[in-house]
Design a protein. Structure first.
Ligand code: NAP
Length: 246
């Protein structure tokens, strides 16, 4: 579905990002794997793609840093000859009730989750405009739709990503570039593994499908939205949450 396309995927060393990277490679995309600090995990993603007969390269880059993202995008364009698909998936949580949330915890989550997506889009924007083609996909969260106690920073960032998605979709539609978002519910990754077991158990009770999702539940939709099959879908936010937020 993605033959020959160059896909840049942030946070592709682990979890949902890795699943999107593998699924994209299985669909014949060439993949730039962006990660923050976990080189071994990023190289594992690259190794798995190579095992599939695909092409991939890892880039360490803090998506929250404007200049660093510019350098990384320039390097990827040099290495791969261009960029067709961008997935803003990198994300962090620093949960606590607002009453005790430290200023740094608010700033960090906004900076990585929301500004990180802005930084990446900002640096591929003119490149995709000139090509008159491109797909941008933002991984938001149901927390950005429903809010979530203990996640004022995260829910704000994820709600912001939805506004960003719709704005980019409007700005770039005339250039044949789409921008969509996926809002996952609870998905089995290191992020949910860090949640207290009791809280996750309670949370799953509220999921109509009565289970947590798998990274592949998200990556299959991601590849569809990145493909030509989704050419008439833009500015959309699709939940992958087992019915949690319907
Ligand atoms: P995860 O397993 O914790 O992995 C996070 C990924 O983001 C890692 O690859 C990490 O790189 C990367 N990352 C973190 N900070 C970064 C930074 N500053 N710059 C570049 N990369 C950075 O997370 P996940 O559960 O797969 O979540 C992926 C996305 O889905 C996130 O945006 C998350 O908010 C969203 N989401 C997840 C769930 C869920 O239930 N899991 C639900 C809704 C939404 P390193 O490996 O180098 O640290």
């Amino acid at each position: 579905m993605l033959t020959g396309k160059v896909a840049v995927i942030t946070g592709a060393s682990r979890g949902i990002g890795r699943a999107i990277a593998l699924e994209a490679a299985e669909n014949n995309a060439r993949v730039a794997v962006i990660y923050a600090g976990n080189t071994a995990a990023a190289e594992e993603t690259v190794g798995e793609i190579k095992k599939l007969g695909g092409e991939a390269k890892a880039y360490q880059c803090d998506v929250g840093l404007f200049e660093e993202t510019k350098k990384t995008i320039d390097k990827i364009i040099e290495d791969f000859g261009g960029i067709d698909l961008l997935v803003n998936n990198a994300g962090v949580t620093r949960d606590s009730l607002l009453l005790s949330m430290k200023e740094e915890a608010f700033d960090e989550v906004i900076n990585v989750n929301l500004k990180g997506a802005f930084n990446m889009i900002r640096h591929v924007y003119s490149h995709m405009m000139k090509k008159r083609a491109g797909r941008i996909l933002n991984i938001t969260s149901v927390a950005g739709i429903m809010g979530n106690a203990g996640q004022a920073n995260y829910a704000s960032a994820k709600a912001g990503m939805i506004g960003l998605t719709k704005t980019v979709a409007r700005e770039l539609a005339s250039r044949n570039i789409t921008c969509n978002a996926i809002a996952p519910g609870f998905i089995e990754t290191d992020m949910t593994a860090a949640m207290p077991e009791k809280i996750l158990e309670e949370a799953v009770k509220a999921v109509p499908l009565k289970r947590v999702g798998r990274p592949e539940d998200v990556s299959r939709l991601a590849v569809f939205l990145l493909s030509d099959l989704a050419g008439y879908i833009t500015g959309e936010v699709i939940r992958v949450d087992g019915g949690l937020c319907m």
